[in-house]
Design a protein around this ligand. Sequence first.
Ligand code: PEP
Ligand code: MN
Length: 337
Amino acid sequence: MIIVMKMNATDIDVERVTDRIVELGFRTHLSRGEERTIIGVIGDERQLSREMFELMDGVEKILDVLPPFKLASRDFRPENTVIPLNGIRIGDRRIAVMAGPCAVEDRTQMREVAHAVKEAGVKILRAGAFKPRTSPYSFQGLGLEGLNILAEVREEFHLAIVTEVITPEDVPTVSKYADALQVGARNMQNYPLLHTLGANGKPVLLKRGLMSTLQELLMSAEYIVSHGNYQVMLCERGIRTFETYTRYTFDINAVPVLKSLTHLPVIADPSHGTGKWNLVAPIAKAAVAAGADGLLIEVHPHPSLALSDGAQSLKPETFARLMAELQAVAQAVGREL
Ligand code: PEP
Ligand code: MN
């Protein structure tokens, strides 16, 4: 942290600021220029609140030197974090595809999807049993019954399961059924949930909030990682912009930006990111080309009958075609599928 003093700051003002820094257990580096004095704070500035200094007499502004996230940063851990899941090493060379319906609807639907995605080469099945819906009148998911269906399908098809958890209280139950727990966009800043998942230790798929910055996403990841659980995947799933043609705007920039800022794997969700099934393939390819470590894709055997997100769900045939087409894109950027 760097504290820039006002032009008219007195020696007493400077002394008060440096004394406060020392009192807090940090060291200072003073630079007296012709016009102003600049005070460098030596130590981990993340433990300091800028407001504390902003309000002191003679202080003009505060500049942060370090990003506010630490353990999740690439500076802290230069090599990619790799998360093993059902034979796939997420974050390594191979692109991890997680596919399945938005929600678990019934046993037949889940068996049909599981069969189809497995045929297409997928090892990780996604589907929600607890659905955080915008409207309280929309289908809220099958809850425990849905988890039981997921457990059966996992057993029968040897697929890993990613499913959402929406409250800290549900974490122990959902983690019995899930190989990775999803935090939905609407819960990205549910800090009690993030703490519980950090302590729980299972892999977490953390989705970016609809209106969250990448720094906020990384701060949420930091909550989980701060418990020692480094198995966190960050998911770009589109953000709200002024554009209304698509459901959200998939932020392709997020992929290379996150890859440079953090060692955690980056997953792209072109289904929620576009809201339209016919845009899923081009955006999935763009995300792989941009460096995504994985994809989250909604697939439904009968999208027109889906209880949620049918408009963005691929039919199994369309999904299989996309998987084949992605091979070439992955290869072009030195990855494999
Ligand atoms: C989902 O993955 O089905 C979902 C609800 O996603 P999001 O939280 O990104 O809206
Ligand atoms: Mn969905």
